[in-house]
Design a protein around this ligand. Structure first.
Ligand SMILES: NC(=O)c1ccc[n+]([C@@H]2O[C@H](COP(=O)([O-])OP(=O)(O)OC[C@H]3O[C@@H](n4cnc5c(N)ncnc54)[C@H](O)[C@@H]3O)[C@@H](O)[C@H]2O)c1
Ligand SMILES: [Fe+2]
Length: 441
């Protein structure tokens, strides 16, 4: 069915419609949060929010982040400023709707009037949707899509603890809906947080596997926004800066998580990539990764990282000048080397980065029998939402998925196996959720 609709949509001129949306998107006013950056900025954000006169704030986090005490500085600052706080630490990976429902109920029962998110993308997106649903008296499913809410959300403040999603500056919240099948996006310019803190101290304990996967998510945002059809001079500046910073700093933080300066650079790069893609959007890599996340719960950044090299090669002919510019920006060559050589070096550079980070060349959970449906859903998402440089046909998308099948299931020999064993198998996410710890001054 998705295939049929997708083919019909193409025939009635979806590319033209997308170009028109691109014109609007380039001009759409998108707010940006006030940013506090650097060690100790989480506490500064807590003190600032504490002075804004909220009746009661809901601090949204997850059990792992809370278990590491990463929310404590913000919590202490709010309490010291005299602001009542209730802690909701039951967020689960990929912001499932059932978990958001619990948060909305607690927000209402406690009479909260603002959310402070301390965590990765799953936490920030959960907090955004709680704030939007509570203000509108709506269920998350009613708000899936673009600008579905009448009322602005309750004020949102964000403290990312991963350097990946950029959700602290984006108009989007990605939720997972097991009942409806897969991942859904709620987008509204009013979902951009009012204040955000990029505090490298909160990222020092990120394990290497999560550092790698989330960093590759940020890289994918930057690259896809740069090579897509809605890029602007502003998004190009942000994306180029992000790609350069990630190539330099991601290997550093992967090998030495305690490198505070490199952690701060990664937090900034992820934020820059978020600023780029919230206007210029993402592309085919995300279209595929969202299906893998929905079907197999593959961590979002890992799914992107595995698909990124193949998808970039798929559109290499259409994007060669941009790939060449990325090679120059990442120090993989100089303009004199020529476009074709530079573009090839960047493609090789992305693969080499994956290998350095222990990202596998295949997705262990992927089943050959699932590929046609996954490809149909990915093509539909890309066709209807993303300004891609090269459109994927069903056949092309199936081939991109076939290429990352585990070697024992693949009919083709693997191209370039990783040089070292993957550490991503360890990226499991135990959740010990509790919720509703009230903290009053
Ligand atoms: N809203 C957006 O614009 C946007 C953009 C991209 C992705 N996303 C969504 O964000 C979600 C993924 O977010 P993510 O990649 O940040 O992962 P995540 O929030 O799911 O966190 C991954 C794991 O890392 C742990 N963790 C987080 N910070 C930590 C720290 N400092 N130290 C130790 N452990 C820590 C978490 O507890 C969790 O177990 C997906 O649902 C994805 O679709 C949203
Ligand atoms: Fe992403």
């Amino acid at each position: 069915m998705a295939n049929l609709i997708s083919n019909m949509a193409r025939s009635i001129g979806l590319p033209r419609l997308k170009r028109a949306v691109g014109v609007v998107t380039r001009r759409l006013p998108i707010p940006q949060p006030v940013l506090c950056v650097g060690p100790g900025s989480a506490g500064r954000l807590g003190r600032t929010v504490g002075g804004l006169g909220h009746h009661k704030v809901m601090l949204v986090t997850d059990a792992d982040v809370a278990g590491l005490g990463l929310h404590q500085t913000v919590l202490d600052a709010l309490v010291a400023a005299g602001t009542p706080v209730v802690v909701f630490d039951a967020v689960a990976a990929d912001a499932p709707i059932a978990c958001i429902e619990q948060g909305i109920a607690l927000f209402g029962a406690q009479g909260c009037d603002a959310v402070v998110a301390v965590g990765g993308g799953s936490v920030m997106d959960t907090a955004k949707v709680i704030a939007l649903c509570a203000a509108n008296g709506k269920h998350p499913r009613d708000l899936v899509g673009y600008f579905k809410a009448r009322q602005a959300p309750a004020p949102i403040y964000a403290v990312p603890t991963t350097a990946g999603t950029g959700s602290e500056v984006t108009v989007a919240a990605v939720v997972s809906d097991p009942a409806g099948g897969g991942k859904r996006v709620i987008a509204d310019t009013r979902l951009v947080p009012t204040l955000a803190a990029l505090d490298p101290d909160l990222m020092m304990a990120l394990p290497p596997a999560i550092t790698a996967a989330t960093g590759m998510d940020a890289l994918t945002h930057a690259i896809e926004s740069y090579i897509g059809g809605w890029a602007t001079p502003y998004t190009d500046r942000m994306a180029l800066a992000a790609v350069g910073m990630i190539f330099k700093n991601l290997p550093l933080v992967f090998h030495d998580g305690s490198n505070r300066q490199a952690r701060e650079q990664m937090a900034l790069a992820s934020c820059f990539a978020g600023l780029a893609f919230t206007r210029a959007n993402v592309g085919n890599v995300h279209a595929i990764a969202h299906q893998l996340g929905g079907k197999y719960h593959t961590p979002h950044g890992l799914a992107n990282a595995i698909e990124l090299p193949g998808v970039l090669r798929f559109a290499a002919a259409q994007t060669a000048p941009k790939l060449a510019a990325l090679a120059v920006r990442t120090g993989l060559g100089v303009p004199h080397d020529g476009q074709a050589t530079l573009a090839a070096r960047f493609l090789d550079g992305v693969e080499a980065l994956n290998h350095t980070l222990g990202i596998p060349g295949h997705l262990a959970a992927l089943q050959a029998a699932d590929i046609p449906a996954l490809a149909a859903a990915a093509c539909w998402e890309a066709d209807t939402q993303y300004p891609v440089a090269r459109r994927m046909t069903q056949q092309a998308c199936e081939a991109l998925l076939q290429a990352v099948l585990p070697p024992e299931l693949s009919t083709k020999p693997p191209t370039k196996p990783p040089t070292k064993p993957s550490r991503l198998a360890a990226a499991k996410r135990p959740r010990r959720a509790t919720m509703g710890h009230e903290q009053t001054p």
